[in-house]
Design a protein. Sequence first.
Length: 275
Amino acid sequence: MKVGVIGVGNMGAILAEALLQSKAIAEKDLCIINRTHDKAAAFQNLHPDVIISESIRELVIASKVIFVCVKPGEMLPVFLEIKKWSTEDQGVISITSPISIAQMDSILSCHTARWIPSITNTALSGVSLLTFGAASTPEWKKTVKDLAGAISETIEIDNSITRVASDIVSCGPAFFSFLAQRFIDAAVKVTAVDAQTAGILTEKMLIGFGDLLKGGYYSLPTLQEKVCVKGGITGEGINVLEEKLGNTFEDLFKATHSKFQEEIIKIEKQFNLDD
């Protein structure tokens, strides 16, 4: 199956790399195009058999499945270009959360899906969030789920929880990386440990923590109970977290949702082609 990727920036490249690494697609079956040709050339240097298309028209004609991995504000012109050359048996996948499936379906006459990836897909892990167009056939859904399943767990979501699901799955690694770095910095600041040692210890702890969850040994609440002995040292640390964190995470979700709403308003104006 021929797959096209429009945009090989950060997430487009991560997604394409994961699909190749998992052998879900072969290099010779992948066509790419990027507004800045150098990025496409850099990706091809890593994967010599990948094809660089000279135009969206060329890529669409050559591909069965087309990933659109550009910024939200650039989506509509790309969709309109795809529409010129696509047929009903092809499929288009957007990877950006502010673009709804309904907006995709309002422009495109082929199969549609939204697939929100995560940087964890680089390790063929984590979750891919899927939402399908109203006219999706079982065959189209299977095609998308097979591709996503090769690099991640797949979870189908309703449009109404797109932002919070994306915050957890896609933004979550950045949020928790920030917290981990602050954890390391604090250890270095108030104790005798050096930054390198604190970093190594924290990374190994996080890997082991993930293995415990992956293996089903503990849930998050039971893991905390096992480590946090009443009246012990861990309990003292938890008390500080409870006192200092306050509404931090509530405020985080409010902030991301507020920004998301700003993006949606911009996109709605853009897609309202009758105005």
